[in-house]
Unconditional design. Structure first.
Length: 409
């Protein structure tokens, strides 16, 4: 079996573009809207029990039916299921390699997505080529789905560039470090394409911590008032750095959408099939002129917030172990094996591809050239500035002092 490199190809068009849209009727769409509202009523608050959520694969890998969202994955083939599994495995390997590189001093910082692969791959594969994606700084799996070479994600974390890719090449914006600000950018872009009459949608990613930012709530309001074709995709990984969600909000996160006048739905973020289906539904609503949707992918950050963080200081081991039992990759693997959709040859070949990816990432990072020491002074002012010239000269003298000291020995 020859496995094509995901990073080298253009993103697959969502199967929803060829069948979910045709399979779903007006009744299906209204049923989905009713389902989102019903889920909001049934779901317990932050203090009460396991939350109700949309799920198509149980943690044990058993397929469960959902009349509302099954049509959005009804046409998915065994090959596409293997593709989703491959996406999750390789994006996790890339993420693990980046974490190791940071520990070895090759990166300044790294924000791991460990545990969130299903939410990212499922939603990322739901997008079409002409949709536009606005990520935060943890969407490595979404970047993979959009065809961004994973090595390009590492330049900023190594300090050699400010992004590393052309956002318009893959309709995937540069990573945004300022918490939540990309939701406003996404909403503005969505308002623009709506005015242009484009048949496309926008999706903005953020975390549960960012949902408390004013920028995010302003984006909700603008999106609702202008009926913008935008999907707000929140990965609720339970912890905003060291702050649990129950200290941020008194109602389930997705219910916040009700206050702004658009639907919110909570999906099992460790279920790649449900994440795919729900995001297809939300993007279809946007393209059909039905306005924004808030998707809360209920998942878990298995690792640290970033490599500068120590989660053992604020999280119990028992909590992490409980969520490891819901691992999104093991869940889909169990389903593939039970349904005879994948054999040991597939898994063995994927393991070899994973090793090759890890090697390529290591070599690419270490081969990155150092940035120009004086680039920081460029483009500060359009026409230059005397103070910047003075600072440049001072920095040049400082740099030269090291050379002079070495020659004097």
């Amino acid at each position: 079996m020859t496995v094509e490199s995901t990073a080298a190809r253009k993103p697959r068009r969502s199967a929803g573009t060829k069948s979910a849209a045709s399979a779903s009727t007006t009744g299906t769409k209204s049923a989905a809207s009713r389902s989102a509202g019903a889920a909001a009523k049934k779901s317990p608050g932050a203090t009460g029990g396991e939350p109700e959520l949309i799920q198509l694969l149980t943690p044990e890998g058993k397929r469960v039916k959902d009349a509302t969202y099954d049509p959005y994955v009804a046409d998915i083939t065994p090959e596409e299921l293997r593709g989703l599994y491959r996406d999750m495995v390789l994006s996790r390997r890339f993420d693990a390699e980046a974490t190791s590189l940071q520990r070895q001093g090759e990166l300044g910082l790294w924000a791991s997505m460990l545990g969130q692969e299903a939410a990212q791959i499922g939603s990322g594969r739901a997008t079409r080529d002409d949709d536009y994606v606005f990520p935060t700084y943890r969407e490595h799996g979404v970047a993979w789905c959009r065809g961004v070479d994973p090595t390009n994600l590492l330049g900023m974390f190594r300090g050699v560039n400010n992004g590393g890719w052309d956002p318009n090449s893959n309709n995937f914006h540069l990573y945004t470090i300022v918490i939540g600000s990309q939701t406003l950018h996404a909403t503005g872009y969505a308002m623009g394409i709506a005015k242009d009459g484009a048949d496309s949608a926008v999706i903005a990613y953020f975390g549960d911590g960012a949902s408390s930012q004013g920028d995010v709530l302003e984006a909700f309001n603008f999106g609702a008032v202008y009926n913008a074709p935008v999907v707000f995709f929140c990965q609720n990984n339970q912890w905003a750095i060291s702050e649990p969600t129950e200290r941020q909000m008194r109602v389930p996160l997705y219910q916040r959408a009700q206050g702004f006048g658009f639907p919110g739905v909570r999906v099992d973020g460790n279920d790649v099939l449900a994440s795919l289906a729900v995001t297809r539904w939300a993007l279809e609503r946007a393209r059909n002129g039905e306005g924004p949707t808030l998707v809360e992918a209920y998942t878990y950050r298995m690792g640290a917030h970033t490599t500068s963080d120590d989660p053992t200081k604020y999280r119990a081991d028992e909590e992490r172990e409980a969520w490891e039992a819901k691992d999104p990759i093991l869940r889909l693997r169990a389903y593939l094996v039970a349904a005879n959709h994948a054999d040991e040859g597939f898994f063995a070949e994927l393991e070899a591809e994973s090793e090759a990816l890890g090697k390529r990432v290591r070599e690419a990072v270490r081969a990155m050239p150092d940035p120009d020491d004086f680039a920081i002074f460029e483009n500060v002012y359009a026409d230059g500035h005397a103070l910047v010239d003075e600072e440049r000269a001072q920095f040049a003298a400082y740099q030269a002092s090291f050379t002079d000291a070495g020659e004097g020995k």
